[in-house]
Design a protein around this ligand. Structure first.
Ligand code: CS2
Length: 498
């Protein structure tokens, strides 16, 4: 098969092999600046937008993808070489692959190379939305102080060098300042990250920064910028070398960075866009007044479920989520966690059948074709646990409820943080707090409670007697009998702390 490099010129030649954007990309104006053009954005918001752009009356909602960090240079170069095009490969439930070239990213910028261009783009009158996937840790929120973290050296840098910022907060401040000076309209800053109240979080963190950097801008932001909350969902594993070669061999597409994902997708958005928005509801998104219950459900069941499987699976020596999800004992453990610990603390979810939602999650986790990497799931756990797992624990403790499953997972995380699995194999840990985690994990060998002393993650959890008791019992059980036996004992209600 002839191979074609994916770009504008070759697009029509690929038409036989895959679906391609059937709209004139050169006519599409940029209405959205998106920061963080990783796999998730490209499988989710950019996909929805591409679908919408097939409606020929929609011309104003192209995306300008911004690569913010030095680390993002590769994706920027790939998008530049491929004219913003990439292939989305959906791994269907029966193992077939549905491939489609996405065209909604019509511009791309590399912030470290040209910060001014990014600021100008964000300040452009055509831009109505600045959306973000900057990861859970990217919001610069300190869990123990519940405040914006001004100690972050990058934030200090931005305060001193406002015209060449490095963080999203520096960029947004400069862009909004320009909009104000030029008497332009405001816009919406839309978070697409897995955070409870992600819009509120963005607003709170940005305003804290602006109050220090440009205090006179605060009022303008309050009156002209909205921060819609949203629940976002689509499992998007890291693209593997075989995904790339397989695409080339089966479709003749030479794409340096396709995106792979599951068929399921969901986007529930608070309808709060001051400058207008795309009609994403026409392509499957839901606009609601109150998104909080949906966010809570997704974060504390799906994302937490991932962390439960990831940490336990890593210790057991599994590589992918489907492997550990299909281990019968772990599967039962996770189901019990969802039913007994999470479901009781969720808000009213009118119209949602929670039990079937939980069942669908187990099916998605168990999908053998997705092969979502345990390393991906366990990465940055220090930013994930406070959002995915700890709210459940705190709510349960408040009502003297059960916390035994979460306690086991946190004990397993303490042991995981030593960096070796139960077979003695080194674990690849990627976490901004890695050195603290490791130091406390070492101290925990003599005194398990030491791990809970990381206040930036656990807050005051170490002061909860019932939690410490359950966690310590689980810790000793794992060390003595192994994670599998500890899971089994919890399933059978055999541990003393129950
Ligand atoms: C995962 C998420 O990062 C994680 O730990 O739980 O990336 C998850 O796959 C997505 O939120 C699915 O929507």
């Amino acid at each position: 098969m002839t191979n074609y490099k994916l770009n504008n010129l070759n697009l029509s030649k690929l038409k036989e092999q895959v679906s391609i954007p059937e709209y004139n990309r050169s006519n599409i104006k940029t209405g959205i600046v998106h920061v963080g053009i990783g796999g998730f954005h490209r499988a989710h918001q950019a996909y929805y937008t591409d679908e919408l752009l097939h409606d020929e009356s929609v011309k104003d909602w192209g995306i300008c993808g911004v690569a913010l960090l030095d680390f993002d240079t590769k994706i920027y170069n790939v998008l530049k070489e491929q004219d913003g095009l990439y292939t989305l490969i959906v791994k269907e439930l029966d193992g077939t692959l549905t491939k489609r070239v996405i065209g909604s990213i019509v511009e791309y910028l590399f912030a470290p190379e040209n910060p001014q261009a990014v600021i100008e783009k964000m300040a452009s009158p055509d831009v109505k939305i600045i959306s973000l996937t900057i990861t859970e840790g990217g919001y610069n929120y300190n869990e123990s102080t519940k405040q914006f973290d001004f100690n972050n050296p990058l934030i200090q840098y931005d305060l001193e060098n406002p015209s060449s910022p490095k963080t999203i907060f520096g960029y947004l401040t400069q862009a909004l300042k320009l909009r104000k000076e030029r008497k332009l309209k405001g816009l919406s800053v839309q978070s697409c990250d897995n955070i409870q109240g992600n819009g509120h979080m963005t607003q709170k963190m940005l305003l804290s920064y602006v109050a220090k950097a440009e205090p006179e801008l605060v009022d303008w932001i309050n009156s002209n910028v909205s921060f819609p909350n949203a629940m976002v969902d689509r499992i998007t594993p890291a693209t593997s070398a075989s995904d790339i070669s397989n695409l080339k061999e089966t479709s003749g597409i030479d794409d340096a960075w396709p995106v792979v994902c599951e068929p399921f997708k969901q986007w529930v958005i608070e309808d709060n866009f001051v400058a207008g928005r795309p009609s994403w509801e026409k392509v499957g998104a839901q606009f609601v007044e109150d998104v909080e219950p949906f966010e809570k459900m997704k974060l504390q069941l799906l994302n937490a479920g991932h962390s439960v499987l990831g940490i336990i699976g890593a210790l057991m020596g599994y590589d992918t989520i489907d492997e550990v999800a299909n281990n019968e004992d772990v599967n039962r453990f996770l189901r019990a966690y969802m039913r007994q610990e999470v479901a009781p603390i969720l808000n009213d979810l009118t119209g949602v059948d929670l039990e079937s939602y939980e069942a669908s999650l187990l099916e998605r986790f168990g999908n053998i074709y997705i092969k979502d990497q345990i390393d991906r799931i366990c990465s940055e756990s220090s930013a994930k646990f406070p959002i995915f797992i700890l709210p459940t624990v705190n709510a349960q403790l408040k009502q003297n409820g059960t916390i035994k499953h979460a306690a086991l997972v946190i004990a397993a995380w303490a042991i995981y943080s030593l960096g070796v699995n139960e077979a003695g194999k080194t674990l690849l840990i990627k976490d901004a707090m890695q050195s603290t985690l490791q130091e406390k994990a070492l101290a925990a060998k003599n005194n398990p409670k030491a791990f809970l002393e990381i206040e930036a993650i656990f807050g005051v959890l170490k002061d909860s007697e019932p939690f410490v008791k359950a966690y310590t019992a689980a810790y000793h059980n794992i060390v003595k009998n192994g994670i599998e036996k500890c899971v089994l004992d919890t399933n059978r209600n055999l541990l003393k702390y129950i």
